[in-house]
Design a binder for this molecule. Structure first.
Ligand code: COA
Length: 353
């Protein structure tokens, strides 16, 4: 029994924010962001829109593409690091909205590796015969991580002379190495059981190593604190992730290349067998390193970080959805997916479309 991707869909937040627009609220420039990361713009939700809202849009499109409805689902796997609530997770919220009967809904949090981890979980449900149709979603609303206050958001909305609070520019600038990297989006795939044929999820390899967890983490707002959130943490902007960018950059390039090589070797495959490699979109330069390390020709690599920035658990299904809709991935094509994220977590998966 194999899990085949029967349909995919995505939902991009509506508010376009270019690099130049960010320069209205912090000391940054289009040139710096573009050269160091490849990001040219990102989209943010309107205030009040949640990760589950975006996920619902993506899930409905994926179900439609698969010719199914929520009533056909046996399980949901929901990958996000920006859930609507501390609890409950988004999986059950989505189950209710889609009209799925009560069934298992997994909420997983492996950050940028969330989709690959979710793919393994969904595939195993199907291989074990416990589910025949599984919805896997990667969705994020990162805008809540931004320390930007009303004045900053007003400037991004076009009120370029909106007043900033005292110290607001400085806080925005202090967190600029992180805030410029992210955007809001969701993407989903529907996996269905196939008893024969060679299509579907072929293999996945997952890794985690907590030794360097502090290199990319949210230092505040957690049950290590009592209470888990307080005014001091908010004033110190400890709800914003901290990141040692250079360290993460080095780890991502090494681990993504290693995972890709390991899964190809385990399956007796070579780069020449692949139609496309879908790499997590955190930084275009990271992916260019990995491309070089693997000896991948240009036509096997696809980027969309320039349009959406890093959408964490959303990046790989977003790439998949775009490639399928543009005809760059067709039924029978072999696709390698590879990601690295906070935790540290990383992994790779092989899927025949
Ligand atoms: N705009 C303008 N200048 C900025 C800036 C921004 N948005 N962010 C940082 N800078 C400045 C720094 O303050 C520093 O200035 P200084 O030299 O005067 O001290 C300079 O640029 C270099 O900063 P540094 O953080 O060393 O840059 P970098 O080349 O490492 O690039 C990242 C920063 C974040 C783009 C890069 O490290 C990266 O992408 N790392 C991986 C991140 C990642 O993948 N995260 C998600 C993991 S899944």
């Amino acid at each position: 029994m194999r899990a085949v991707i029967a349909g995919s869909g995505s939902c991009i937040a509506p508010k376009l924010v270019t690099n130049d627009m960010l320069a209205r609220i912090m000391d940054t420039s289009d040139e710096w962001i573009r050269e160091r990361t490849g990001v040219e713009q990102r989209y943010f939700v309107e205030k009040g829109t949640s990760t589950t809202d975006l996920a619902e849009g993506a899930a409905r499109r994926a179900l439609e593409a698969a010719g199914l409805t929520g009533a056909d689902l046996d399980a949901i796997v929901f990958a996000t690091m920006t859930p609507d609530h501390f609890f409950p997770g988004c999986g059950g919220l989505l189950q209710h909205r889609l009209g799925m009967r009560p069934g298992p809904c997994f909420d997983i949090r492996q950050q940028c590796s969330g989709f690959i981890y979710g793919l393994e979980l969904a595939d195993l449900q199907i291989r074990a015969g416990k589910a025949r149709t599984v919805l896997l979603v990667g969705a994020e609303v990162h805008s809540g991580f931004m320390p930007w206050r009303e004045g900053s958001w007003a400037r991004l909305d076009g009120h370029v002379d909106a007043p900033l609070a005292e110290g607001e520019w400085e806080v925005n600038t202090r967190t600029r190495h992180l805030s410029v990297l992210f955007g809001d989006a969701a993407a989903a795939v529907v996996l269905t059981a196939a008893e024969d044929g060679d299509r579907g999820v072929i293999d996945a390899m997952l890794f985690a190593d907590g030794a360097e967890a502090d290199k990319l983490c949210v230092p505040g707002v957690g049950f290590r604190h009592r209470p888990y959130v307080d005014d001091g943490q908010l004033a110190r902007a400890e709800f914003v992730p901290v990141m040692d960018g250079r360290h993460v950059f080095r780890m991502a390039t090494t681990r993504m290349a290693e995972a890709a090589q390991a899964i190809l070797a385990r399956n007796g495959l070579a780069v020449g067998d692949l139609r496309m490699v879908l790499m997590h979109q955190a930084n275009r330069r990271i992916n260019e390193y990995v491309q070089k390390a693997l000896g991948l020709p240009e036509d096997k690599v696809v980027h969309n970080i320039h349009k959406y920035a890093n959408t964490t658990a959303g990046t790989i299904p977003l790439l998949w959805d775009e490639c399928v809709r543009e005809g760059r991935v067709r039924p029978g094509d072999l696709v390698l997916m590879v990601a690295f994220g906070a935790g540290m977590t990383w992994g790779a998966a092989l899927v025949r479309a």
